[in-house]
Design a protein. Sequence first.
Length: 470
Amino acid sequence: MKLYELVIEDENIDEVFAISLVEEPAIEANFVFFDKEEVKFQAVSDEQRLVMGPILVPDKKILRIDGMGEQYFVYFKPETIKRLSEMYLQKKYTDSTTIEHKDKVDGVSLVESWIVESRTKDKSAVYGLSVPVGTWMGTFKVDNEDIWNNYVKTGEVKGFSIEGLFGHNLVEQSMMFSADTFLSDLEEQGALLILSEMRALIKRDKRYKGKQRVDMESFSDYGDGVANNAKRGIELNEKNGNKCATPVGKVRAQQLAQKRPISVETIKRMYSYLSRAEVYYDPSDTSACGTISFLLWGGKSALSWSRNKLRELGLLEESEAQPSISSTYPGEAAKGKKKYKSKALLQADCPPATQDIQLNIENRQKAIDQANYGPLNPNEPNEEYWQAKADQFKGSVEEAKKALCGNCSFFYRTPKILQCIAEGINPQGSDDPFDTIDAGDLGYCEAFDFKCAASRTCDAWVVGGPITEE
């Protein structure tokens, strides 16, 4: 069985960006969520509403399942954990707290963060926690009445679990722990991992809170064309060294090839990906990752089926512009093509900032300094920021929150630009960089020449975007 060390390859991408209060681990695509039975928090003060516990434990082997259904283990070294804890504070993520890796919650903040230097003398030992040296510990203040009374005090959540993106370094088989040590527990761990995924899905359903019966709706009425395309994608990927697509794409291909039912959320994801990736599908180039990844998700047959299914379910309007199914901004696609383009866009190659991360950071800083690009974390309320924007444009806060980069005339999400951004994120092409693009709702800002997040805004905002056609 393989063992991977999780590492920081690029501090601009690899990070812990949220900490979740969880009952069981929830394993999601392209993210790492940890919370085992040994990692529980303690109520430090009921009066002050403080909870404390391990956030990350060094050298702890965690079971996961890859895109082909194979089990493997991952772990963090102490020095990586220490740097992740520093970056979490430097990037001001202390209020980035979720419940079961789904809902962002207010009123839950990290107020203490430290690395354990002694098992016996550390503060955690006073509260009966015995954790290894190098463990990242945290204390959270829970001012949210609902979270404290209905989750913490009831035991609905029992520990912390991280949300992040990391590089994976394969550890050689000869350096790995003995397989015999884990064989007796492996089957049970695998079953618990799968059960935890199901439990997390159920608990996200609003009916769960109301004690109603929860039916996990799924569909398998897609045609043989979808299954055959997925099989073709699997075959081509194997010939190509299995280097194309993310683990999610590989799992999806196996599901579709076997005509297994898929959930509504998966159908949304299918439609979002295929409608965007169709431009990279070239049936004459069967070694291209764009072609293989498109087929793994079911190809054109799946695009047509997912579109019709979402319309049938009332989740997609007939006239809805693309790629609106996954967008978080309220704008609409600009009509037609823009007549004016900057020099960076007129050149044949990609805009320099999409390929040069240092240039991108410099240009983004100019947007921050000259045009008040922000807010820092769009998931926070940011009341002062939006009030200042409203005052500047002599409108309401509600109107200001609708004037986002995502619907600005300077914001480009054309197929060419998205491909440029993807190549800049992952020049080797071994993983799917569109997961990063989706996670950040990234596009290209023509005004300041940098990769811009759709959910932010700046003083240069102009109505009429996004630009989605060449």
